[in-house]
Design a protein around this ligand. Structure first.
Ligand SMILES: [Zn+2]
Length: 279
């Protein structure tokens, strides 16, 4: 019996995103030489993921990039689609907040306005205030954490932490701000594995690697992570054929089902932190 919860977190952001030197915002992986941000795969994958979650009775935590939310909202009712799930924040235009790959050091005022505008847009689209944040590319440092605390976010989820004898817990990281870390562990061969599913969708890891990782979880909050576009499009293979998309959907379902069969309950990060998991 597991004493804890698992959360499936989904980053809803520009398709196959990449940082670029000299640019604050993220680009999409170039297609026919065009690296302008695209949002179609993010939208298509989002619908597929939500239907898997709703079918399994799982509420997810969606880290939403504000511009992506606006673009998707032009084409579908994203507010209605995500009404039973947690809405959290993932920047405005997928900014490299620490500048480690853009090479651009943002001023405190720039960071502040990116956070304010992201939250304002998410509130506009969803009529809800996000309390959680995940940094684009997981680029986080103390200055960004301080800004999140100052803006009244309850938690961040941008740091990877190793399962310790099967346990992993949120912890205080800056002032009142809590860190809800993404889990890592080792695979059967003793090699490090992170609970982000991207190597699975890039064909670099197997389903059983993730099922093994989650089977090691015994207590706390186990956070799984993926991107909505990654079911539809990959860095190495571009837009995927329908049978590969169907396979990605079935892999996601299988990982979640494995967790359920192990007796692991699912909750949102918000529910866990507010002590409402299991209600
Ligand atoms: Zn992202």
């Amino acid at each position: 019996m597991t004493m804890g919860c698992a959360t499936i977190t989904i980053d809803v952001d520009r398709d196959v995103n990449l940082p670029e030197y000299g640019r604050i915002e993220g680009i999409s992986r170039a297609r026919d030489g065009d690296k302008a941000p695209r949002f179609d795969s993010a939208a298509k994958g989002l619908k597929l993921i939500v239907s898997v979650l709703n079918d399994l009775g799982i509420k997810g935590t969606f880290f939403i990039e504000a511009e992506t939310a606006k673009k998707i909202a032009e084409k579908m009712n994203i507010k209605e689609l995500l009404k039973s799930h947690e809405i959290a924040c993932h920047g405005y235009r997928h900014e490299d907040l620490t500048g480690e790959q853009s090479g651009i050091k943002l001023s405190d005022e720039q960071v502040s306005s990116i956070l304010d505008e992201s939250v304002a847009t998410i509130k506009e689209v969803f009529n809800r205030k996000p309390i959680g944040f995940r940094a684009p590319y997981l680029h986080i440092d103390n200055r960004i954490l301080a800004a999140l605390a100052q803006k009244g976010f309850m938690y961040d989820s941008s740091i990877i932490k190793r399962l310790d004898r099967g346990e992993i817990y949120p912890y205080r990281i800056y002032g009142a701000l809590i860190e809800a870390p993404i889990a890592s562990g080792v695979d059967r061969a003793g090699k490090k594995i992170v609970s982000y599913l991207w190597p699975l969708h890039e064909g670099q890891r197997n389903l059983s690697d993730y099922e093994h990782l989650i089977s090691r979880f015994s207590a706390g909050l186990f956070i799984l992570a993926t991107h909505s576009w990654h079911l539809i499009e990959s860095y190495d293979f571009g837009l995927l054929p329908e049978e590969r998309i169907a396979e990605n959907v079935s892999w996601l379902r299988s990982i979640l089902k494995t967790a359920i069969d192990l007796g692991i309950e699912f909750c949102t990060v918000e529910e866990y932190l507010l002590g409402k998991a299991g209600d």
